[in-house]
Design a binder for this molecule. Structure first.
Ligand code: FDA
Length: 389
């Protein structure tokens, strides 16, 4: 079978590229349906983009690389497409856009776009040997136990990263890259809950509180959730992409509050109240109980000197924590690292050393923050590769 473009992976990036790559496109995926991660994303409502998208919300060894694709196919372009299809959406917080109804609306839209472009889709299809004779790619595909040799002028690799193997993630893109001598930056889980060695937060499982969390020069101010295994919630997922094994994180449990002034005022007006009870008005009660011994939360607030209150506030705003690791690819929303962007054209995503070979989406060393940025990267990188063909 001879075609113009073979796309491996019918996820967000692959479907977007298929809709724009012109005639003679076949998209293949080993999953039972296209866009499985879209279907489960955003709690089933798909946080499909972010109105504040700029290159600053992406991690990449070359911070300039994502600029071109993000500016050529912007979040406004995707919002227009969604609106064209009459898909109702709403903004939650921090510019995050979600479908009103279901993530399935986005998948249906991408199917419609692929149909409009005449792209063929094969699901439940395994990808076998890949070779290149200098001009064309030859790929062995197996569907329903039947092998097909496909010859294509262009090969777009859109098989994503390693996150959530249960959903079909395989790391195939990295194998293809290494076959063609293209460098891969060591992949690692991102947007992932952090774990702690001694189950120390088990008694707090289920407690959520707003925090500011910092590692190195990077901070996020959002909610944190204690789990049976450690810490999660948006703030922790965000910082996990910046955290390196062995490093500490610092948690400010009282971000934005002037707790010291509040405590001094309470000491003046209600000095007989227990310090721990007062603190429970500012923090979840179970967290205060948990911290009681470490912070020596004893006696009435009237017993506390200015210096003691200051020490308490300092401790609450600079709680040092040493994660043992992360929950890994099993629950990570994304994979950091991937195809080194030095190997790709930022305008087209084509490999510099292998004409006709493209890498898009999560397979590439471009990883967004939580909040719709990763889908925007999939749309933008898929669009630039598709329209380049
Ligand atoms: P994606 O992983 O979507 O697609 C890759 C495709 O390749 C899959 O269909 C897979 O089956 C196929 N494939 C892999 N290996 C193969 C092989 N060997 N042979 C054949 N096919 C193969 N982002 C965001 O912006 N907003 C959100 O709300 C969310 N929510 C979210 C929730 C959860 C639970 C997860 C895990 C992730 C998110 N994300 C997200 C991240 C987002 O889903 C992710 O960044 C994009 O799906 C990446 O798109 P790609 O097309 O690059 O890969």
């Amino acid at each position: 079978m001879q075609i113009n473009t073979l796309i491996l992976g019918a996820g967000a990036a692959g479907m977007m590229a298929a809709a724009h790559a012109g005639p003679g496109v076949l998209v293949v995926d080993h999953a039972k349906a296209a866009g499985e991660k879209i279907r489960i994303s955003g709690g089933g409502r798909c946080n499909f983009t972010n109105t504040g998208t700029t290159p600053a919300q992406f991690l990449c060894q070359n911070p300039h690389f994502a600029k071109s694709a993000l500016s050529r196919y912007t979040h406004w372009d995707f919002i227009s497409l969604v609106s064209e299809y009459g898909i109702a959406w709403h903004e939650k917080t921090l510019g995050q856009l979600f479908c009103d109804n279901s993530a399935k609306d986005i998948i249906a839209m991408l199917h419609a776009e692929m149909d409009k472009a005449g792209a063929q889709l094969w699901i439940k299809t395994d990808v076998g040997d890949i070779s290149h004779d200098g001009t064309r790619f030859r790929v062995t595909l197996t569907r329903d136990g039947k092998q097909t040799q496909v010859t294509a002028n262009n090969l777009i690799v859109a098989t994503g990263g390693k996150s959530i193997p249960k959903m079909g993630a395989t790391g195939l893109a990295y194998q293809i890259a290494s076959q063609f001598g293209i460098e891969v930056i060591t992949p690692r889980p991102g947007l992932v809950p952090l774990t702690f060695s001694d189950d120390k937060f088990k008694p707090l499982a289920g407690v959520a509180t707003p925090i500011r969390v910092t590692t190195g020069d990077t901070s996020f101010e959002e909610a944190m959730l204690f789990t049976h295994r450690g810490l999660s919630g948006p703030a922790v997922l965000q910082i996990s992409s910046y955290w390196q094994e062995g490093e500490r994180i610092t948690v400010n449990l009282i971000p934005g509050a002037n707790l010291l002034d509040d405590l001094k005022e309470t000491r003046r007006t209600a000095g007989r109240k227990a310090l721990s009870n007062i603190l429970s008005m500012h923090l979840p009660g179970r967290l205060v109980d948990f911290l009681k011994d470490d912070l020596n939360l004893q006696g009435n607030i009237a017993d506390q000197s200015d210096a003691q209150l200051q020490t308490l506030c300092d401790a609450l705003s600079t709680w040092p924590l040493q994660p043992a690791g992360s929950e890994g690819y099993r629950t990570a929303e994304v994979t950091l690292g991937g195809i080194n962007t030095d190997e790709l054209s930022s305008k087209t995503m084509e490999a510099k050393s292998v004409p006709g070979l493209y890498f898009i989406g999560e397979s590439v060393d471009v990883t967004g923050w939580l909040g719709g940025y990763n889908f925007q990267w999939a749309w933008s990188s898929g669009w630039v590769a598709g329209t380049a063909i």
